[in-house]
Design a protein around this ligand. Structure first.
Ligand code: GDP
Length: 443
């Protein structure tokens, strides 16, 4: 996950600070020296780091916080605020057109993820009630039109194309007319990229811009390219006056420097983050929540939003009922696991819990994605009766289940034990809940 080593280092620094109790100016300076190194190692722009540390220092030492009751907390609060400001403070919304359709133009270099992100964005905004039309405006890369069509088909979102013989500006103009006539209120135009920025590309993009006057020009950059992404953003912004940046591949092993520097260097906010190859792997970029994640405070809000968008409310209600009546079976257990899986890779989901930001810590927990696959295979190798009443599963059944699922008897045993523990835990929760409702004492 992005920021994992930065998060780990900062959290380590602040832990030391917290353990000190009363703070001296030298303690803060030492902590800030560590913050500086951590940011530089995360590939944050040199000048940005310098400004950042100076601002924090000024605030931390200039006020009375060192003599306050919780000086370490105050320093962390300042760092949190500054991290948030660095990434743009408030999250930045998409500009909607006063009169539909809203036109979004996507720009960026080859391989940044422009075509995929166009489809992801259409999918994302459709979930918010928009009716998108995707436009194949990259007439240079041979497979780009087909790629967008395939993505559109997967999502059941229409794709407008005029082949590769018309100028992109002409295609874009025709697409907007098509959208107006077919009741589409959002037009997302995919455009051509290059390996490097060149004049021809910029001319082509400017022609599209002046023809359709988009409400939003969003630059797609690859977070893995680090400070190059920031440089690209600077050049594109100068020529195209961007409204925002979409930073892709934040799920990868990137150190995160680009995400932390781009707003400070270019003035353009990051509006969305790509966090995977799948078409639902796009999130609104919230600077405050990112700062929370970096400082190990979790990101419960994003988790709740994901759960709301992905969980089937009826199923959750039914599950709740079953837990209360203690009818919770292995089938329900599997269902629950599948629901959690919908939120994204386990590592990403766990990193949003407070205190679980550091990747290493997650690895120590041994939550392995593969394990879920085994759990599924084991439960699916059981008969219906066994799933309802696991206590009937004897030795020979266990051997059969292990064989059927390609696992071992030990693994089957472990799962059954886990299930029993989960059930017990749920009973405890439900007892506490009942007692509270009755106004009684907790058990
Ligand atoms: P384009 O040349 O800019 O249009 O790039 P594409 O849309 O073809 O994407 C290039 C590659 O990046 C594809 O393999 C995408 O699946 C991948 N990609 C795009 N966004 C993300 C992301 O957020 N995370 C990951 N891991 N891969 C991504």
């Amino acid at each position: 996950m992005v920021f994992s080593s930065l998060a780990e280092r900062l959290q380590e620094t602040f832990k030391k600070l917290r353990n000190k109790g009363s703070l001296k100016e030298a303690d803060v300076s030492e902590a800030l020296r560590e913050v500086r190194v951590a940011l530089l190692e995360a590939d944050v722009n040199f000048k940005v780091v310098k400004d950042f540390v100076n601002k924090v220092k000024e605030k931390a030492i200039g006020q009375d916080i060192l003599s306050s009751l919780t000086p370490a907390q105050q320093v962390i609060k300042i760092v949190h605020q500054e991290l948030m400001d660095l990434m743009g403070g408030e999250y930045s919304k998409i500009n909607l057109a006063p009169k539909p359709p809203t036109v979004i133009m996507m720009v960026g270099l080859h391989g940044a993820g422009k075509t995929t992100t166009s489809a992801k964005l259409a999918n994302f905004l459709r979930k918010q009630g928009r009716r998108p039309l995707l436009v194949a405006g990259d007439i240079h890369r041979p497979a780009a039109i087909k790629q967008l069509q395939v993505l559109g088909e997967q999502l059941d979102i229409p794709v407008f194309t005029m082949g590769d013989k018309q100028a992109p500006a002409v295609i874009a103009r025709a697409a907007i007319e098509n959208a107006s006539n077919s009741g589409r209120d959002l037009v997302i135009i995919d455009t051509a990229g290059r390996l490097h920025i060149d004049e021809e590309l910029m001319d082509e993009l400017e022609a599209v811009k002046s023809e359709v006057k988009p409400n939003e020009i969003l630059l797609v950059v690859d977070a893995m390219t680090g400070q190059d992404a920031v440089n690209v953003a600077e050049v594109f912004n100068r020529r195209m006056q961007l409204n925002g940046v979409i930073m892709t591949k934040l799920d990868g092993d990137t150190r995160g420097g680009a995400a932390l520097s781009v707003k400070a260097v270019t003035g353009c906010p990051i509006k969305f983050a790509g966090i995977g190859e799948k078409l639902d792997a796009l999130e609104t970029f919230h600077p405050d929540r990112m700062a929370d994640r970096i400082l190990g405070m979790g990101d419960v809000l994003t988790l709740i939003e994901k759960a709301q968008a992905n969980f089937d409310a009826e199923k959750v209600a039914e599950l709740n009922k079953k837990i209360r009546s203690m009818e919770f079976t292995l089938d329900d257990f599997l269902e629950q696991l599948q629901q959690v899986k919908k939120l994204g890779p386990l590592e990403q989901v766990l990193s949003m819990f407070p205190g679980m930001g550091g990747l290493k810590k997650i690895k120590n927990l041994e939550f392995d994605e593969k394990e879920l696959v085994y759990v599924e295979a084991i439960i699916k190798s059981m008969t219906h009766k066994e799933r309802e009443k696991p206590e009937i599963i004897n030795g020979s059944c266990r051997r059969r289940i292990a064989k059927g699922s390609g696992t071992s008897v030990q693994e089957v045993n472990r799962l059954l034990k886990q299930f029993e523990q989960t059930k017990k835990m749920m009973k405890q929760f439900s007892d506490i809940d009942k007692t509270i409702k009755k106004g009684g004492k907790m058990p």
